[in-house]
Ligand binder design. Structure first.
Ligand code: NAD
Length: 367
C-alpha cells in the first residue's frame, strides 16, 4: 500500500522522537511491502519562529491532504510569554478542529516489564492494567459559551452536547470494546448535570446495537476513585471532553511511564487521524538524545491500525517494543531509581533515543 504521512516534529524533544517513529515506519514498510511518503510541516513554537503563526494554513492544508498525521509535541519556555492567541498549544486546538478529529483514544497500559514504576501497590495492579479511554474532543465545556459579567464579579462556562456528538463517541466506545474485553463504562455526573443525563439516554438507545458489550454507568467522582482503587475493573471508558481530560491524565500517571503512552485522535474516518505521544515537549531533555521514543513509536502502531487498517503491522510494532523491554533495554525515564537504575546502567542497558529506535527496528527485522 502507498500512504502519505504529514510529520509535525514540533518543539523540544519532538524532532528526536518523530525521527525514530519514521525509522520504525520505514522498517515496517520494508518488511511488509508498503511505501510511506512523508511531508514535514511546521507547527507550535517552531512555526512561530519561522512564520509568526503557531499553525500556518499550509500546515493544516498539508495534513488534510495526507492519509495520516504524526505529531511530536509543541511548546516550551521560549514561547511562554507570547500572547494567548499565539501560544504554541493553539496549534493543537487548531489541528483538532481543522482536521475534525472529535474522539481521542488513549490507551493506559502498564507494561508488565515496567510494573516497578507504577505508583500503586502490587495487590491493586497485580493483574496488569490495560484501559482505553475514549474522550470527546471538540465539544462540551471547553467549547461552550463562556464569559464574564461587566463588573467582573461573575464568570461562566457552559457544558453543552448534542445527541449526534454524543452518539458518535459512544459508538466508538462500543466498537472499541467489541475489539477488546467487551466492557464499556460511560462516565458522567448524571446525578447533577442535565447534559450527563442526555449522555445516558443516548447510551441506552444505542446499546441494543452492541448486545455483546456489557455497559455500565459511573459518576466521574467515583471513577476517579476507582481508577486508583481497582483499575483492573475497567476495559473501555467513554466520556465527555473535560472528564476525559482529567481521567486520562490520572490513568496515564498510574501506569508510571509517561514516555510509553500513545494516543490517537480520530474523526469520522473520511479524513486523516492525528497520532501523538501523550507527553509534552520535555524541554529539560531536548536535544540530548535522552527522550524515550516508545510513546511515539506506539502512536505509529495506532496509525497503522486505525488509519491504514494494517493490524498485522501494528501488532508487529507492539511486539517489537515488548521484545526490547523484555530484553531489559531502558531509556532514563523507565530505568527506575536507586538500585534499579544502577543495575540497568551496570548491565549496559541504559540507552538514548536513537539507540532505542535501533533496538525496536532490530527486533522488528528479527521477527
Ligand atoms: P512534559 O510531558 O513535556 O514533561 C514532563 C516530564 O516528563 C519532564 O521531566 C520530561 O523530561 C519527562 N518526559 C516527557 N516525555 C518524555 C519522554 N518521551 N522521555 C523521557 N522523559 C520524558 O510536560 P511539561 O514539562 O509539563 O511540558 C513541557 C512543554 O510541553 C510545555 O510547553 C507544555 O505546554 C508542552 N506540552 C505539549 C503537549 C503536546 O504537544 N501535546 C502536551 C503536554 C505539554
Amino acid at each position: 500500500m502507498e500512504k502519505t504521512i504529514a510529520l509535525i516534529p514540533g518543539d523540544g524533544i519532538g524532532p528526536d522522537i518523530v525521527a525514530e517513529g519514521v525509522r520504525v515506519l520505514d522498517a515496517i514498510a520494508k518488511k511488509f511491502g508498503h511505501l510511506f511518503t512523508y511531508k514535514p510541516v511546521l507547527a507550535g513554537g517552531a512555526a512561530i519562529d519561522a512564520v509568526g503563526d503557531p499553525l500556518p494554513q499550509e500546515t493544516l492544508d498539508t495534513c488534510l491532504a495526507c492519509d495520516s498525521v504524526l505529531l511530536g509535541a509543541v511548546g516550551g519556555p521560549k514561547w511562554d510569554a507570547v500572547p494567548g492567541h499565539m501560544r504554541p498549544e493553539k496549534a493543537l486546538l487548531g489541528l483538532r478542529g481543522g482536521m475534525k478529529v472529535y474522539a481521542n483514544l488513549r490507551p493506559a497500559v502498564m507494561f508488565k516489564q515496567l510494573s516497578a514504576a507504577c505508583p500503586l501497590k502490587n495487590e491493586i495492579v497485580g493483574q496488569g492494567l490495560d484501559i482505553l479511554i475514549v474522550r470527546e474532543l471538540t465539544g462540551g465545556i471547553y467549547f461552550g459559551d463562556r464569559g464574564r459579567s461587566a463588573d467582573g464579579n461573575e464568570a461562566w462556562d457552559t457544558e453543552k452536547y448534542t445527541k449526534p456528538e454524543i452518539e458518535r463517541i459512544l459508538r466508538l466506545g462500543f466498537s472499541s470494546a467489541m475489539k477488546r474485553r467487551k466492557k464499556l463504562c460511560v462516565v458522567d455526573k448524571a446525578n447533577i448535570l442535565e447534559s450527563s443525563r442526555l449522555w445516558r439516554d443516548v447510551a441506552q438507545s444505542i446499546q441494543k446495537d452492541y448486545p455483546e458489550v456489557e455497559m455500565s454507568f459511573m459518576y466521574v467522582d467515583n471513577a476517579a476513585m476507582q481508577l486508583v482503587r481497582n483499575p483492573g475493573q475497567f476495559d473501555v471508558i467513554a466520556t465527555s471532553n473535560m472528564f476525559g481530560d482529567i481521567l486520562s491524565d490520572e490513568a496515564s500517571q498510574i501506569t508510571g511511564s509517561i514516555g510509553m503512552l500513545a494516543s490517537a485522535s480520530l474523526g469520522d474516518g473520511t479524513g486523516p487521524g492525528l497520532y501523538e505521544p501523550i507527553h509534552g515537549s520535555a524541554p529539560d531533555i531536548a536535544g540530548q538524545d535522552k527522550a524515550n521514543p516508545l510513546a511515539t513509536i506506539l502512536s505509529c502502531a495506532m496509525m497503522l491500525r486505525y488509519d491504514f487498517d494494517m493490524g498485522k503491522e501494528a501488532d508487529a510494532v507492539e511486539a517489537a517494543v515488548n521484545r526490547v523491554l523484555d530484553d531489559g533495554w531502558r531509556t532514563g525515564d523507565i530505568a527506575g531509581t536507586g538500585a534499579d537504575w544502577d543495575k540497568v546502567k551496570a548491565e549496559g542497558k541504559l540507552v538514548g533515543t536513537k539507540r532505542m529506535g535501533d533496538l525496536v527496528i532490530k527486533a522488528l527485522e528479527a521477527m
